[in-house]
Design a protein around this ligand. Structure first.
Ligand SMILES: [Zn+2]
Length: 496
């Protein structure tokens, strides 16, 4: 994710080389849990039946065990596939959906939770109606019989509501002619029920039905669309086979021009909103249009592009304020291009396809593996394409931020939930990677990045596992350096 702030960044960087500043931001999600300042709401607790107690079945946990966001995700099962089928009306913002989840039980389940903010009307487990209660974003499902450990279960949920008006802080964005489901760390509960945590990745099939003439974009391959769905409706069908974290699934609904072509890295599909001002539209095209070229440069640095599809989306949504690394197809706020072409943000979101999307965090505290890496990719890209070197950029940042600046108080490898997307995670995080590079040398450093991307492809990782790999690859002890740059508050020694 990149955040575009209108205000002067909290960390004002005197930029002496021609680089765009990773700005400060204030997207915060204060405190752990879905409601700011409050612990996550405990789900309603249906009493297990005598039969369930006898079977030794126990409830799945209401959270997956993330210390930063205890209410996110759920325990007791592992999702393999989502089939999401939604109908959306831009005029009313009403979304009606049916999602079918294929999951494997990891314990004997008397009941389990899904994360869904929109009201559910019916739930079936393996074809049989299941009792359900809902509170906040927790949907508690009690199947008629316990699900044994190891069993594959099929869960079907019917639901409907007005996403932009659901919950106290809905991340759903309405636009002039449609809507966007684009956010980090949570967006799925506003359009499909899920195990909403990057530790549980699954393949996705998304079908969106919208009024005739409206485009509906999502991740992966466009299987069909627009195809007539009757009653003045069109249907768009998308499929993403590679496992995906739920927050990376998106929909963009509105008036879009689709640009499609084959590239050496897979099928390209980019959607540009038709409502953009001509100058802005041109700047967006000059930036996002470089996607294949940028993927080529990044492939040279990080190894093979991890997906079969690539592209991007530029919606007509000046209020979006962010760019997000949606898998195979990042979504870019047009605000990034108001000053003309801006390639850094495209490099950033495309680098996330390796670091964040293919290799996802195991816990949200591992966010450095996403944002530190994507930010450093911007600097590497600069270095590789005739711009300032990473060393120059690191030096400029370092020298412009005084030792007593609060910037240095946030350790990138454990920033805290409220600082998940703090500038330090990005900029200090990228400087930390540079420090590792200088310590181990280019050969071991880039071998480490490529091995990380290859070994963890379509999986997950932790900061500790990355550091262990860097040590194995380089034969160097990195504890002191990692401690200074990643784990402790305070300004480390200058690199180079
Ligand atoms: Zn990012």
């Amino acid at each position: 994710m990149r955040i575009r702030a209108a205000a002067v960044p909290a960390v004002a960087l005197a930029v002496t080389v021609a680089l765009a500043v990773t700005v400060a931001l204030v997207w915060t999600r204060s405190g752990p849990g879905p409601e700011a300042g409050a612990p996550p709401a405990p789900p309603a607790q249906p009493t297990p039946s005598a039969e369930q107690v006898q079977a030794g079945a126990t409830p799945g946990a209401p959270g997956i065990g993330d210390a930063y966001f205890p209410g996110d995700g759920n325990g007791g099962y592992d999702v393999r596939r989502y089939a999401v089928d939604v109908r959306y009306d831009p005029a009313t913002d009403r979304l009606a959906g049916r999602t079918t989840i294929t999951a494997t039980a990891t314990g004997n389940l008397s009941r389990f939770n899904l994360d869904l903010a929109l009201p559910a009307s019916a739930v079936e487990v393996d074809g049989a109606p299941a009792a359900h209660t809902q509170r906040g974003t927790e949907l508690v499902v009690t199947p008629p019989r316990p699900v044994p450990a190891g069993a594959t279960m099929t869960v079907r949920v019917d639901y409907a509501g007005i996403p932009s008006e659901t919950g106290p802080d809905s991340p759903w964005v309405r636009t002039a002619d449609g809507a966007l489901a684009v956010n980090q760390p949570d967006i799925a509960p506003w359009w499909f029920p899920s195990n909403d945590h990057p530790a549980d990745k699954a393949s996705m099939a998304v079908t969106i039905t919208v009024p005739e003439g409206v485009e509906a974009l999502s991740n992966g391959a466009l299987l069909a669309g627009p195809e007539p769905a009757g009653n003045g409706q069109d249907r768009w069908r998308w499929r993403a086979d590679a496992p995906m974290a739920p927050y990376l699934a998106f929909v963009a609904i509105g008036q879009y021009e689709l640009v499609r072509r084959d590239t050496p890295f897979g099928s390209l599909l980019v959607g540009y909103a038709e409502g953009l001002e001509p100058e802005l539209a041109a700047a967006a095209r000059q930036s996002v249009g470089q996607t294949p070229r940028i993927v080529g440069v990044l492939s040279g640095l990080f190894g093979e592009y991890p997906f079969d599809h690539l592209g991007g989306v530029v919606p007509d949504a000046p209020g979006l304020g962010i760019a997000l690394e949606n898998q195979t197809r990042p979504v870019y706020s047009p605000a990034f291009f108001t000053g003309g072409p801006y390639v850094d943000v495209v490099v950033h979101e495309l680098a996330h396809q390796w670091f964040g999307d293919s290799v996802s965090v195991r816990r949200w505290r591992d966010i450095w593996l996403n944002e530190g890496f994507a930010t450093y990719a911007e600097w590497l890209y600069s270095e590789r394409t005739g711009g300032p070197s990473a060393q120059q950029i690191v030096g400029a940042h370092y020298d412009s931020i005084p030792a007593d600046d609060p910037f240095w108080q946030v350790p990138p490898a454990d920033p805290g939930a409220a600082n998940l997307l703090d500038p330090a995670v990005y900029t200090r995080g990228a400087m930390a990677l540079h420090a590792i590079r200088v310590a181990v040398g280019d050969e071991a450093f880039f071998a480490t990045l490529r091995a990380w991307a290859a070994q963890r492809r379509h999986g997950n990782g932790t900061v500790e596992a990355f550091l262990a790999l860097a040590q194995r690859r380089s034969g160097q002890q990195l504890d002191a350096l990692a401690d200074a740059w990643l784990y402790q508050p305070g300004r480390p020694e200058r690199t180079g």
